[in-house]
Ligand binder design. Sequence first.
Ligand SMILES: Cc1cc2nc3c(=O)[nH]c(=O)nc-3n(C[C@H](O)[C@H](O)[C@H](O)COP(=O)(O)OP(=O)(O)OC[C@H]3O[C@@H](n4cnc5c(N)ncnc54)[C@H](O)[C@@H]3O)c2cc1C
Length: 340
Amino acid sequence: MTAWDTDLVRRMLGEHDVQWEDNKPMALLTTYAVGGMARIAVTVRTYDDMQKLAVALSVCGDVPLVVLGRGSNTLFSDSGFNGVVVIVGTSDESKSIQCTGDVVSAAGSMLMPVLARRSVQAARGGLEWCVGIPGTVGGAVRMNAGGHGAEMVDSLLSARVLSLRSGETHVVPQAALGLHFRGSALSPHHIVVSAEFATTSQDVQQGTAEIDHIVAWRREHQPGGRNAGSVFVNPAPGAGSAGALIDAAGLRGFTSGGAHVSEKHANFIQASDTASASDIIDVMNHVQNVVRERTGTVLRSEVRLVGFAEDIALQFADTQHEAPQFISARHALCSMLGEM
Ligand SMILES: Cc1cc2nc3c(=O)[nH]c(=O)nc-3n(C[C@H](O)[C@H](O)[C@H](O)COP(=O)(O)OP(=O)(O)OC[C@H]3O[C@@H](n4cnc5c(N)ncnc54)[C@H](O)[C@@H]3O)c2cc1C
């Protein structure tokens, strides 16, 4: 963890009229509802808020940052995060889309199901699958979220990205975002302010029926309650899905403390009311060990782990993000955003 000057950060936030909270509990800002506190948390709702934060942080050196959307793919450690959590809060912009011809634009803070429904209501097709993703547009761009045979990269045209390092904002074309399986070239200090999607003209009733179908499918095949969707990334093509490997290892229902492998979907880990983040990590650890012993495949985490010790972070890190082409995509994006 980089040493950072909390007093300097607080002073700069104050000087730039940025509201912050010390030691803010993170649990209820995530769908797992577990984990500790953020040393400093800043909620940004408008582009103006984001810019002020960027200016304040620009003189604070290398501050550990995490941008948080709906927290549906994030697990905070029980000891919390010793850094600044930037919470992308909702505003009026989170509620409506803009349509210009075939192009639909949405704020980074908009929830994906809202994007799906608003697009269908506007007779635009192609984003119906987004109804199944319980996160924000910004989180989905960062993760290249996908489902039902589609993913962000299929329809995303560009994203407006603010760098909290340089303070610069650019409309980044999709090709420069380095989207790949459940990842992108975006770094922890980048905020997706808004995104533009290519859509097709579509009958409203047809789109509504597709949305109803996806919602029903999710209810039938996925558990409710506290989880973060699929925990492990699917291994290389041909090795079977992560869920199938976990299932074949007989791990459905495996329990540690207040966390267990879902009976309904083997790649989901459910948290009970009494669960801690370390219970979830214990289940992940057991699943990873058993699947490795049985098949030689090392499952890696799709869920973003925040504030954990380095050995845990490394144990579950998705190494595909470190492939040379993705590292160079990250450098190119940082350069485009004026960071080097
Ligand atoms: C029940 C359930 C089902 C799910 N099903 C799927 C599925 O089918 N497919 C799928 O891909 N995922 C699925 N997920 C996971 C999750 O919903 C997606 O990854 C979603 O895109 C995360 O969005 P979020 O706003 O919650 O991101 P968060 O969890 O808040 O953050 C995830 C990552 O995105 C970054 N981030 C968040 N907002 C921004 C922003 N504005 N700018 C820059 N970076 C940002 C964070 O720093 C973090 O690295 C599911 C989750 C649940 C709980």
